[in-house]
Design a protein around this ligand. Sequence first.
Ligand SMILES: [Zn+2]
Length: 356
Amino acid sequence: MQDEEHVLLDCPSADLANLRVKRHQLFRSPLGGAPLANKDSFKYLGLFYYRTHNIAKSAEHMLGPFMAGCHRIRQFAREHHLNDRPHALLWLAKCYAIPASIHACQILGRRFMKQGSEFDSPLQTAHPCFLKGVLGAKRSVPNWAVLRECGQEHLQFYWFCAAAKFFSSACGISGLLKKIVHADIALGATYRKCRTAEFIEACVGLRAADTYANCIKAATPLPGRGPLQDFVADLRERLRAAWRELDGADPRTHAQQLATYHAWMALPLKSSNVWGPPHVLHRYLELELSRHVLRNIARFHLRAHTLRVETSCWQSHNRICDKCDLHDVQDEKHLVFFVPLLGNVPFKKEIRKTIC
Ligand SMILES: [Zn+2]
C-alpha cells in the first residue's frame, strides 16, 4: 500500500464517493463507466460519513438531524400557537425528533446501549434538554426526572430495540448479510469493538442476558413471544433501575434531587410490559393552562424553584426556613403542609414568589 492511501466505497444505492484518508489528492477512477463523484461526505444506509470524522462516532453526528427536528417542532408550535400546549409538543417529539435519531444509532451506537451509559451520547442529553425547554425548567434538572415527567422513554430504549430487531432480522436472511453476521460473531470472540461483542456487552443487566448472548453467538433470533416482546419488557425493566435504587429513600436525608421527585412528585410507575412506557404523563400537561402556570407546576415538581432547600446548594445559607419559627427545612413538604397552617398571608405570598 502506498502512502497515498485512499478508501474507495462502492455505494450503489447512494452517491458514490471517494473518502480521503490522508492529505493527498483524491483518487479518481470510473466505476461501471461513470466517474466517481468527488465529495467530502455522503449518506449511506442512513449513516452519515464525512472525510474528517470517525465513523465510530456516526451516532453523534445524528445530533444535527435531531436538532433540526427539534427546531422544526418549535417552529411549528410558534406558527400554530401551541407553545402552551406541552402535550402536543411531546407528541411531536415522539413522532418527529426521536425517529431522526434512531437509524444510525442502531448500526454504530451500540456503546451507548450499555447500562450506565444512558447519557454518554450528546444525543441522549439533547433529548431531555429539548423536554426541559418544553417544561420551562432549568438545565440542571436531572434528566431522568424530566423524561419521567414528560412520559417519554429513554433514547437507549429505542436504539437497543432497533439493534435487536436488526440482528433478529439479519439472522433470518440468507446470502451475503448472513455471512457478514457469522463473520462478526466469529470476530466477537477476540475483538471487543465488533457488533456482536458490543451487543452482548450491552445485554448485561437484562434478566435474560445470558439467553440473549447465547442466541447471538448461535446466530438465531432472540427468543420470546411475538416480535421481541420479552426483550422490550426486559429492557424497560432495566431502565427502571435508576428509580428502584431510590425506593424508600427519604427526600430530606437523601442528597439527590431524584429522590425528592421519586418520593413526592412523580406518579407511580406502571409495570414493565411491551405495550407502553411505565411512565404516566402528568394530567396538568394535558390541560389548557397558561404557559406561566404550566412552567410553575413543572418547576415545583422538578425542584427547579428557589426554596432554600435548593438555593442552599449554591448560596451560603442553610436549608432552614427563614420565614417562620418552625425551624423546619424549607422544601416542598414545608410549603404544602406547614405553611397553610401558619395563617401568615404575607409569607404565603412571598414564598409563592420563590417558585414563580
Ligand atoms: Zn417556614
